[in-house]
Design a binder for this molecule. Structure first.
Ligand SMILES: Cc1cc2nc3c(=O)[nH]c(=O)nc-3n(C[C@H](O)[C@H](O)[C@H](O)COP(=O)(O)OP(=O)(O)OC[C@H]3O[C@@H](n4cnc5c(N)ncnc54)[C@H](O)[C@@H]3O)c2cc1C
Length: 187
Protein backbone atom coordinates (compact mmCIF):
# COMPACT_ATOMS: atom_id res chain seq x y z
CA UNK A 1 0.00 0.00 0.00
CA UNK A 2 1.34 3.40 -0.92
CA UNK A 3 0.15 6.80 0.10
CA UNK A 4 1.10 10.25 -1.02
CA UNK A 5 0.45 12.27 2.08
CA UNK A 6 1.18 15.88 1.20
CA UNK A 7 -1.71 17.89 2.55
CA UNK A 8 -2.72 15.13 4.86
CA UNK A 9 -1.69 16.61 8.17
CA UNK A 10 -4.34 19.14 9.05
CA UNK A 11 -7.95 18.99 10.17
CA UNK A 12 -8.56 22.70 9.69
CA UNK A 13 -10.02 22.47 6.21
CA UNK A 14 -8.53 23.00 2.77
CA UNK A 15 -5.06 24.53 2.71
CA UNK A 16 -4.10 27.47 0.53
CA UNK A 17 -3.81 25.22 -2.50
CA UNK A 18 -7.29 23.89 -2.02
CA UNK A 19 -6.40 20.42 -0.81
CA UNK A 20 -8.48 18.87 1.89
CA UNK A 21 -6.00 17.70 4.52
CA UNK A 22 -6.48 14.91 7.00
CA UNK A 23 -5.08 15.23 10.49
CA UNK A 24 -3.63 17.71 12.82
CA UNK A 25 -1.56 20.78 12.06
CA UNK A 26 -0.64 23.70 9.85
CA UNK A 27 2.51 24.91 8.17
CA UNK A 28 3.46 26.72 11.42
CA UNK A 29 2.85 23.73 13.64
CA UNK A 30 5.49 21.27 12.58
CA UNK A 31 5.94 19.49 15.90
CA UNK A 32 2.28 18.45 15.99
CA UNK A 33 2.67 17.16 12.46
CA UNK A 34 5.63 15.06 13.47
CA UNK A 35 3.70 13.48 16.33
CA UNK A 36 0.75 12.71 14.07
CA UNK A 37 3.06 11.33 11.46
CA UNK A 38 4.71 9.05 13.97
CA UNK A 39 1.31 7.68 14.94
CA UNK A 40 0.44 7.05 11.31
CA UNK A 41 3.70 5.24 10.70
CA UNK A 42 3.26 3.03 13.74
CA UNK A 43 -0.11 1.86 12.48
CA UNK A 44 0.97 1.14 8.96
CA UNK A 45 3.50 -1.30 7.60
CA UNK A 46 5.18 -0.67 4.27
CA UNK A 47 8.28 -2.03 2.58
CA UNK A 48 9.68 1.44 1.83
CA UNK A 49 9.04 4.75 3.57
CA UNK A 50 9.82 7.80 1.42
CA UNK A 51 10.31 10.85 3.65
CA UNK A 52 9.82 14.09 1.75
CA UNK A 53 7.67 14.88 -1.27
CA UNK A 54 10.00 17.17 -3.21
CA UNK A 55 11.27 16.29 -6.65
CA UNK A 56 13.30 13.33 -5.42
CA UNK A 57 10.64 11.85 -3.16
CA UNK A 58 7.85 12.21 -5.70
CA UNK A 59 10.04 10.71 -8.43
CA UNK A 60 10.99 7.88 -6.10
CA UNK A 61 7.32 7.17 -5.45
CA UNK A 62 6.62 6.98 -9.20
CA UNK A 63 9.56 4.66 -9.75
CA UNK A 64 8.73 2.43 -6.82
CA UNK A 65 5.15 2.11 -8.08
CA UNK A 66 6.36 1.26 -11.57
CA UNK A 67 8.51 -1.49 -10.06
CA UNK A 68 5.66 -2.74 -7.92
CA UNK A 69 7.30 -1.83 -4.63
CA UNK A 70 5.05 -1.25 -1.63
CA UNK A 71 5.78 2.18 -0.17
CA UNK A 72 4.47 5.19 1.71
CA UNK A 73 5.48 8.80 1.04
CA UNK A 74 5.17 11.31 3.87
CA UNK A 75 5.62 15.07 3.59
CA UNK A 76 5.57 17.62 6.38
CA UNK A 77 4.19 20.48 4.27
CA UNK A 78 0.55 20.59 3.19
CA UNK A 79 1.40 21.24 -0.46
CA UNK A 80 4.09 21.02 -3.10
CA UNK A 81 6.74 23.72 -3.57
CA UNK A 82 5.55 27.32 -3.44
CA UNK A 83 8.78 28.70 -4.97
CA UNK A 84 9.77 28.24 -8.64
CA UNK A 85 13.22 26.95 -7.59
CA UNK A 86 14.83 24.84 -10.32
CA UNK A 87 13.43 24.88 -13.83
CA UNK A 88 15.95 23.32 -16.22
CA UNK A 89 15.81 19.56 -16.62
CA UNK A 90 18.80 18.01 -18.30
CA UNK A 91 18.49 15.27 -20.94
CA UNK A 92 19.45 12.52 -18.50
CA UNK A 93 16.57 13.54 -16.24
CA UNK A 94 14.26 13.59 -19.26
CA UNK A 95 15.44 10.10 -20.21
CA UNK A 96 14.51 8.85 -16.76
CA UNK A 97 11.17 10.66 -16.91
CA UNK A 98 10.52 9.16 -20.34
CA UNK A 99 11.22 5.69 -18.98
CA UNK A 100 8.47 6.29 -16.42
CA UNK A 101 5.98 7.98 -18.75
CA UNK A 102 6.41 11.49 -17.37
CA UNK A 103 8.56 13.22 -20.03
CA UNK A 104 5.79 14.05 -22.50
CA UNK A 105 3.80 15.85 -19.82
CA UNK A 106 6.89 17.83 -18.82
CA UNK A 107 7.50 18.91 -22.41
CA UNK A 108 3.81 19.71 -22.94
CA UNK A 109 3.52 21.88 -19.81
CA UNK A 110 6.99 23.39 -20.02
CA UNK A 111 8.47 26.16 -22.13
CA UNK A 112 8.49 25.26 -25.83
CA UNK A 113 11.90 24.36 -27.20
CA UNK A 114 12.18 27.55 -29.26
CA UNK A 115 11.97 29.47 -25.96
CA UNK A 116 14.42 27.17 -24.23
CA UNK A 117 17.47 27.21 -26.45
CA UNK A 118 19.39 30.37 -25.56
CA UNK A 119 20.28 32.71 -22.69
CA UNK A 120 19.89 36.44 -23.08
CA UNK A 121 21.17 39.10 -20.74
CA UNK A 122 19.26 42.41 -20.69
CA UNK A 123 19.79 45.69 -18.87
CA UNK A 124 16.26 45.24 -17.48
CA UNK A 125 13.02 43.46 -18.25
CA UNK A 126 10.87 46.61 -18.04
CA UNK A 127 11.04 50.38 -18.09
CA UNK A 128 10.90 52.96 -20.86
CA UNK A 129 14.19 54.80 -20.47
CA UNK A 130 16.66 54.41 -23.33
CA UNK A 131 18.85 52.08 -21.27
CA UNK A 132 15.99 49.77 -20.35
CA UNK A 133 15.34 46.38 -22.03
CA UNK A 134 18.55 46.46 -24.03
CA UNK A 135 20.09 43.16 -25.02
CA UNK A 136 23.64 42.89 -23.71
CA UNK A 137 24.48 39.35 -24.71
CA UNK A 138 22.93 36.22 -26.19
CA UNK A 139 24.32 32.73 -26.41
CA UNK A 140 23.03 29.29 -27.26
CA UNK A 141 22.21 27.25 -24.19
CA UNK A 142 21.06 23.80 -23.16
CA UNK A 143 20.57 21.73 -26.31
CA UNK A 144 19.65 24.69 -28.52
CA UNK A 145 21.29 26.33 -31.49
CA UNK A 146 24.86 25.26 -32.14
CA UNK A 147 24.71 22.93 -29.12
CA UNK A 148 22.13 20.67 -30.77
CA UNK A 149 24.81 18.97 -32.85
CA UNK A 150 26.71 18.16 -29.66
CA UNK A 151 23.72 16.71 -27.83
CA UNK A 152 22.06 14.83 -30.69
CA UNK A 153 24.47 11.84 -30.72
CA UNK A 154 24.38 11.65 -26.91
CA UNK A 155 20.68 11.50 -26.21
CA UNK A 156 17.28 11.27 -27.84
CA UNK A 157 15.84 13.77 -25.37
CA UNK A 158 16.20 17.52 -25.34
CA UNK A 159 16.29 19.63 -22.20
CA UNK A 160 13.04 20.29 -20.39
CA UNK A 161 12.13 23.60 -18.80
CA UNK A 162 9.40 23.43 -16.20
CA UNK A 163 9.68 25.30 -12.88
CA UNK A 164 9.65 23.16 -9.80
CA UNK A 165 6.50 25.00 -8.81
CA UNK A 166 4.76 23.21 -11.68
CA UNK A 167 6.88 20.09 -11.90
CA UNK A 168 6.11 18.90 -8.37
CA UNK A 169 2.30 18.97 -8.85
CA UNK A 170 2.82 17.07 -12.11
CA UNK A 171 4.95 14.47 -10.37
CA UNK A 172 2.38 14.28 -7.63
CA UNK A 173 -0.35 13.61 -10.19
CA UNK A 174 1.68 10.76 -11.63
CA UNK A 175 2.53 9.38 -8.22
CA UNK A 176 -1.08 9.46 -7.03
CA UNK A 177 -2.41 8.03 -10.29
CA UNK A 178 -0.20 4.99 -9.75
CA UNK A 179 -0.95 4.68 -6.09
CA UNK A 180 -3.63 6.92 -4.61
CA UNK A 181 -3.11 5.91 -0.99
CA UNK A 182 -5.51 4.69 1.64
CA UNK A 183 -7.72 7.78 1.75
CA UNK A 184 -8.52 9.99 4.75
CA UNK A 185 -7.28 8.71 8.09
CA UNK A 186 -9.62 8.36 11.03
CA UNK A 187 -8.96 10.72 13.96
C1 LIG B 1 15.35 29.51 -4.68
C2 LIG B 1 15.89 28.21 -5.21
C3 LIG B 1 16.31 28.15 -6.53
C4 LIG B 1 16.82 26.96 -7.04
N1 LIG B 1 17.21 26.92 -8.34
C5 LIG B 1 17.71 25.78 -8.85
C6 LIG B 1 18.13 25.69 -10.22
O1 LIG B 1 18.01 26.65 -10.98
N2 LIG B 1 18.62 24.51 -10.68
C7 LIG B 1 18.72 23.42 -9.87
O2 LIG B 1 19.17 22.37 -10.33
N3 LIG B 1 18.35 23.45 -8.57
C8 LIG B 1 17.86 24.61 -8.05
N4 LIG B 1 17.48 24.65 -6.75
C9 LIG B 1 17.66 23.45 -5.93
C10 LIG B 1 16.51 22.48 -6.10
O3 LIG B 1 15.31 23.15 -5.82
C11 LIG B 1 16.77 21.33 -5.11
O4 LIG B 1 17.99 20.73 -5.50
C12 LIG B 1 15.65 20.32 -5.15
O5 LIG B 1 14.46 20.86 -4.65
C13 LIG B 1 16.05 19.13 -4.28
O6 LIG B 1 14.98 18.20 -4.34
P1 LIG B 1 14.77 17.18 -3.16
O7 LIG B 1 13.51 16.43 -3.47
O8 LIG B 1 16.03 16.41 -2.95
O9 LIG B 1 14.63 18.06 -1.86
P2 LIG B 1 13.47 19.19 -1.47
O10 LIG B 1 12.93 19.80 -2.71
O11 LIG B 1 14.15 20.01 -0.47
O12 LIG B 1 12.37 18.25 -0.86
C14 LIG B 1 12.54 17.65 0.41
C15 LIG B 1 11.16 17.53 0.99
O13 LIG B 1 11.25 16.76 2.18
C16 LIG B 1 10.39 17.35 3.14
N5 LIG B 1 10.87 16.93 4.45
C17 LIG B 1 12.07 17.17 4.99
N6 LIG B 1 12.15 16.59 6.19
C18 LIG B 1 10.98 15.94 6.40
C19 LIG B 1 10.47 15.15 7.46
N7 LIG B 1 11.19 14.89 8.56
N8 LIG B 1 9.22 14.65 7.36
C20 LIG B 1 8.47 14.90 6.24
N9 LIG B 1 8.92 15.64 5.21
C21 LIG B 1 10.16 16.15 5.28
C22 LIG B 1 10.48 18.84 2.89
O14 LIG B 1 9.37 19.52 3.39
C23 LIG B 1 10.55 18.87 1.36
O15 LIG B 1 9.28 19.00 0.77
C24 LIG B 1 16.93 25.82 -6.20
C25 LIG B 1 16.50 25.88 -4.88
C26 LIG B 1 15.97 27.07 -4.39
C27 LIG B 1 15.52 27.11 -2.95
Amino acid sequence: MCSLTRGSLSRRGPDREGWVPRIGTSLCDRSAAAITLATVQMNQEVDVLVVGGGGCGLSASIMLSDHGVDHLLVERHPGTAIMPKAHQLNPRTMEVFAHHGVAEDVYRRGAPFEHNCAVRFYTSLGGSEPWHRRLLHREDAWSGGALTAHYRPLTAYRHGNLPQLQLEPLLREHAEARNPGPGPLQP
